[in-house]
Design a protein. Sequence first.
Length: 147
Amino acid sequence: MTASVHGLTGMVIGALLPPYFAVPLAFISHFVYDSLPHYGISEKSRDKSRKYKTIVTFDTLFALSFAAISAYLNKWSMFWVGWVAYSPDFMWVYEYFTNNKKLYMKPRSAFAKFHKRIQKHERPSGIYIEIAILLMLLPLVIHLLSK
C-alpha cells in the first residue's frame, strides 16, 4: 500500500482511539493493508519505471503534507499514530539506501521476508483499490483535523 493509505489510516485510528489501543492497531493495520491487493509493479521494473517513481514521489509528498498539517494543528495523536501505521515501511527505506539506491532488493531479515511475502497481491490495477480507500479516508481525516 502507499504511504498515504497507511498514514491516513493511522491518523484516523489516532484520532478515534486512546493511544494504548491506537498504536498497536495502527501497526497491525499496516500488515492488513499490505495483504490486500494494492499498487505495485514487478520489482525488477521499479528502477526503470518513471511512472512508478512518480507515483511513489507524489504519494510520499501527499502523506508528508498530512503529517505536517497534523503537527501544525497540534493533532499529535493523529501525527504519531499515522507514523506508527507507516513505520513497517521504514525497513524498505533503509534497504533502499543500503542497497545502492536500487528499488529491487532481496530481503535480508526475517521481518523483511515476512513483510515482502504478504505483499503478493501487488499489481498495477491495485492503484484503483488504493484510490478508493483514499477517497473514503480523505474526508474523514479532513473532518478530524478540523475538530
